[in-house]
Ligand binder design. Structure first.
Ligand SMILES: NC(=O)c1ccc[n+]([C@@H]2O[C@H](COP(=O)([O-])OP(=O)(O)OC[C@H]3O[C@@H](n4cnc5c(N)ncnc54)[C@H](O)[C@@H]3O)[C@@H](O)[C@H]2O)c1
Ligand SMILES: O=P(O)(O)OC[C@@H](O)[C@@H](O)[C@H](O)[C@H](O)CO
Length: 379
C-alpha cells in the first residue's frame, strides 16, 4: 500500500508518517525542504523519539519528492496511491491543491479505485477546505467524477511536536500521547486501515473539543507567556499568574463545549487537567513562538480564540473575560520571524488594535468581545 503525505515536518514525520509505517504503508513524503527530502531518499528511514519515555521508534519504507522540482512524479504517484494525507499548515492547503487536482485528473483516466485525502491540520473542516481548493482547478464533469471516487474526510489530530534540531535532520522527538480522529461520512471505498485512527460518524464534537481546549489553552500559554517575557510553554506553565489565566480561559471554552455537546462536567475537567499536564511535560521544550505562530490565523472567525468567545457570549450569556485577555495578548504577539506577526504589528501601527482585530476576526464593531478586548487595552 502506498501513501503520499504532503509536509515532512514535525507532525508529518513525528506522527502521521510513524502511524502509516506501523500500518504497512510505504510513505512518500512531498515537501519543499531540500535537506529533508534529500535525507529521506538517502536514509529511507528515520527515528521518532518519545519524549520522557526513553523509547525510539524507527520509521521505515519512506522516501521523498521535492514539489519544487518534481511535479510530474507527484502526479504519477497520485494515480497509484492508496491514501493521501497532509500536514502542511492551513495556509498551505491552497498551494498543494493544484498538484493534487492534476493527479486526480490523471487518475480518473487510468484508475477507478476510490481514494481518500485527509488533511491533518489544526482547523475545523480542513479536508473539506482542501477539497474546495482542489475543485477550483477541475471542470464540472471532472468534479462529478471525483465526487463518486474521491473522499475528503475531515480529521482532528493531536500530538505535541515542538520545533527542534538534531544531528540527523530527520530525527523527531514527540510527546508519547496522540489522537487521530477521522469522520466516516465522506470516506469513499473502504476505510483506510491505519493503526491509531479512531473513526467517528460526526467529527464536530471531537475537533471542537480538541481545538478549543488543547489549542486554545496552548495559545493562551503562548501569548500570555510572551507577554510576561517567557520563552517556552514550560516556563509559562511554571508561572502561576499565567496558569491561572490558562485555566480561566479553558473554563470558558469548557462551559461552551459542555453546553453544546452535553459532555459530563467531570469528564471534561479530567480532559482539561490532562492537557494542562501535557503542557507542563518537563521532557518537552516548546517555544512560545512556535505555539503562537500565525496570529492572524489564530484570531480568525472560526479559530481557537474568536469562535469560543462568541459562543460564550451567545450560549453562556456571560462575558468571556479570560478569552478576551488572550485575544488582547495575541494582538500584542510580536515575533519578527513570523510573517503574520509582522503583518499584524504593521496593521496595529497603521490603524490601531481594534480596527486590526475587526479585520482579522470579522467581528462587528459593537460585539461584546470587541468591547472587552478594548477594555484590556484601556487598562
Ligand atoms: N506540531 C504540532 O504539535 C502539531 C500537532 C497537531 C497538528 N499540527 C498541525 O500540523 C500541520 C503542520 O504542522 P507542523 O508543526 O508539522 O509544521 P512544520 O512546519 O514542522 O511542517 C510543515 C511542513 O510543510 C512543508 N511545506 C511547506 N510548504 C509546502 C508545500 N508547498 N508543499 C509541501 N510541503 C510544504 C514545510 O517545509 C514543513 O516541512 C499544521 O496544520 C499544524 O497546525 C501540528
Ligand atoms: O499548529 P498551530 O499553529 O495551529 O498551533 C500550535 C500548537 O498549539 C499546535 O501545533 C499543538 O502543538 C498541537 O495542535 C497539539 O496537538
Amino acid at each position: 500500500m502506498k501513501a503520499i503525505h504532503f509536509g515532512a515536518g514535525n507532525i508529518g514525520r513525528g506522527f502521521i508518517g510513524m502511524l502509516l509505517d506501523q500500518s504497512g504503508y510505504e510513505t512518500i513524503f512531498v515537501d519543499v525542504n531540500d535537506q529533508v527530502i534529500e535525507a529521506l531518499n538517502r536514509e529511507k528511514s528515520y527515528d521518532v523519539r518519545l519524549a520522557g519515555a526513553d523509547q525510539v521508534v524507527n520509521v521505515k519504507n519512506v522516501s521523498g519528492i521535492n514539489s519544487k522540482y518534481d511535479e510530474d512524479d507527484i502526479i504519477k504517484l497520485i494515480t497509484e496511491a492508496d491514501l493521501i494525507t497532509t500536514a502542511v499548515g492551513a495556509n498551505i492547503l491552497p498551494i498543494v491543491a493544484p498538484v493534487i487536482s492534476k493527479g486526480l485528473q490523471r487518475r480518473l483516466e487510468t484508475n477507478k479505485t476510490p481514494l481518500n485525502i485527509i488533511a491533518c491540520e489544526n482547523m475545523i473542516g480542513g479536508s473539506s477546505e482542501l477539497m474546495e481548493h482542489v475543485y477550483k482547478h477541475l471542470r464540472q464533469g471532472e468534479q462529478r467524477d471525483c465526487d463518486r471516487l474521491y473522499g475528503f474526510p475531515n480529521a482532528a489530530v493531536d500530538r505535541i511536536v515542538p520545533d527542534q534540531k538534531h544531528e540527523n535532520p530527520l530525527t523527531v522527538e514527540v510527546e508519547p500521547f496522540y489522537e487521530w480522529v477521522v469522520e466516516t461520512k465522506d470516506i469513499k471505498g473502504e476505510q483506510p486501515n491505519v493503526t491509531g485512527i479512531t473513526y467517528v460518524e460526526d467529527l464536530t464534537p471531537y475537533i471542537e473539543r480538541k481545538l478549543f481546549t488543547v489549542n486554545t489553552g496552548h495559545a493562551a500559554a503562548a501569548y500570555l507567556g510572551r507577554q510576561h517575557g517567557l520563552e517556552t510553554i514550560k516556563e509559562a506553565m511554571d508561572d502561576e499568574t499565567v496558569v491561572e489565566k490558562v485555566r480561566g480561559t479553558l473554563s470558558e471554552t469548557g462551559a461552551v463545549l459542555i453546553e453544546k455537546y452535553q459532555f459530563k462536567r467531570e469528564d471534561h475537567e479530567a480532559y482539561t487537567n490532562k492537557i494542562i499536564e501535557r503542557f507542563k511535560n518537563p521532557s518537552i521544550s516548546d517555544e512560545v513562538t512556535r505555539v503562537g505562530r500565525g496570529p492572524k490565523r489564530k484570531l480568525g472567525p472560526k479559530d481557537r480564540l474568536i469562535r469560543p468567545s462568541v459562543e460564550y457570549v451567545d450560549l453562556i450569556q456571560k462575558e468571556p473575560v479570560y478569552l478576551s485577555g488572550v485575544i488582547a495578548a495575541a494582538l500584542q504577539f510580536n515575533d519578527p520571524n513570523d510573517e503574520e506577526s509582522r503583518e499584524l504589528q504593521q496593521s496595529i501601527k497603521d490603524k490601531g488594535e481594534i480596527p486590526t482585530l475587526l479585520q482579522v476576526s470579522e467581528l462587528p464593531e459593537n460585539h461584546p468581545v470587541v468591547k472587552l478586548v478594548e477594555q484590556h487595552f484601556n487598562h
